[in-house]
Write a protein that binds this ligand. Structure first.
Ligand code: PMV
Length: 328
């Protein structure tokens, strides 16, 4: 029987220099190069099976079969791999997200990176990680970076052939993140819709590409210097620049919630107590705190009375994709 199977794990990542806005919607080419840290604690594990026995594409997430609109997204993505391999078989995708889905924790990043890896393995394409990151990009922009571990840059490139992630620093030093989950409900405005609307209507957006490229250069210097205070200042500033573009869109919108603002103040308070703690936020209300990993437990203890210990999770830097023998 003709059957091809692949299984892959990919970790999520949090951007310190954000990707916000596309210059090509179809190919998912970003307006600016950007940079993230891959996290150890949050990941997706995905198995894909191509077989004559499978009548049509199907997709199970966390034990539940998904409806047509979800299957379509997967099918379109898997088509890229089917074309490359010249295979015309339907597939079954089974995936587990060890990430709260759609809560601004970028589960799409780990999900599409894991699916890309699983397809690569199943169809024996033998793609190198750069090529794989270009394909992961077509599922979700942030997935581009989840192919690699540590600090990863997504170079905006000049087109499909070179808009790809490259590892920047292995993050094998005392750095980490504390994720403060304030709201795990599915967000009302997806990052895809949010960025499209912002690019189209915010008069401030025209400043974004240039300012972001400058901040990226500075961030790379700060990482190389392993200067967490410097990195944190740039990360906070760039996150707020992103949120300022949504506040200046028309109609305006924001991902910040009342609790996010409280958390930001709390992070600033931590600094006054001598911690190296800096916030960043994505297309959702949750707050991620960049810190030395060695301080993460003390930071959790300090924030727990106000926000609840069960909503605080520390993570070390994570690895790149891993091919698995079987779903654990
Ligand atoms: O990958 P997408 O389409 O969900 O976009 C992610 C956008 C941000 O998370 C807000 C920023 C980033 O660089 O990850």
């Amino acid at each position: 029987m003709e059957e091809y199977r692949g299984i892959c794990r990919a970790h999520t990542n949090i951007a310190l220099i954000k990707y916000w806005g596309k210059r090509d919607d179809e190919l998912i080419l970003p307006m600016n190069s950007n940079l993230s840290l891959t996290l150890d604690r949050f990941y997706s594990e995905t198995q894909v099976r191509f077989s004559k026995d499978i009548v049509e594409d199907c997709f199970q997430l966390d034990g539940e079969w998904q409806d047509n609109s979800e299957v379509e997204k997967i099918s379109r993505f898997v088509d890229l791999f089917r074309q490359l391999a010249q295979v015309d078989l339907a597939c079954e995708v089974i995936s587990y997200n060890h990430v709260p889905t759609a809560a601004g924790l970028a589960s799409s990043a780990s999900a599409f990176a894991a699916l890309a890896g699983a397809c690569n393995q199943a169809l024996r394409l033998d793609l190198d990680p750069l090529a794989l990151s270009r394909l992961a990009r077509r599922g979700s922009g942030s997935a581009t970076r989840s192919i690699f571990g540590g600090f990863v840059e997504w170079e905006k490139g000049s087109g499909d052939h070179d808009s790809q992630a490259v590892p920047f620093d292995d993050a094998n030093w005392d750095v980490g993140m504390v994720v403060l989950t304030l709201n795990t409900k599915k967000k009302a405005i997806s990052s895809r819709r949010g960025m499209k609307h912002t690019v189209a209507t915010s008069p401030f957006y025209q400043l974004w590409p240039q300012v972001s490229e400058e901040k990226l250069l500075e961030m790379k210097a700060a990482i190389k210097a392993r200067d967490l205070d410097w990195m944190g200042e740039i990360a906070e500033s760039h996150a707020m620049l992103m949120h300022a573009t949504t506040l200046s869109a028309n109609p305006a919108f924001t991902y910040l919630e009342a609790e996010s603002l409280k958390a930001i103040e709390a992070v600033k308070g931590l600094r006054q107590q001598g911690y190296k703690a800096y916030f960043t936020m994505d297309a959702g209300p949750n707050v991620k705190i960049l810190c030395p990993y060695s301080q993460s437990q003390a930071i959790i203890d300090a924030l727990a009375p106000e926000f609840g210990a069960d909503r605080l999770i520390a993570s070390r830097p994570g690895p790149g994709i891993q091919y698995l023998e079987a779903l654990p």
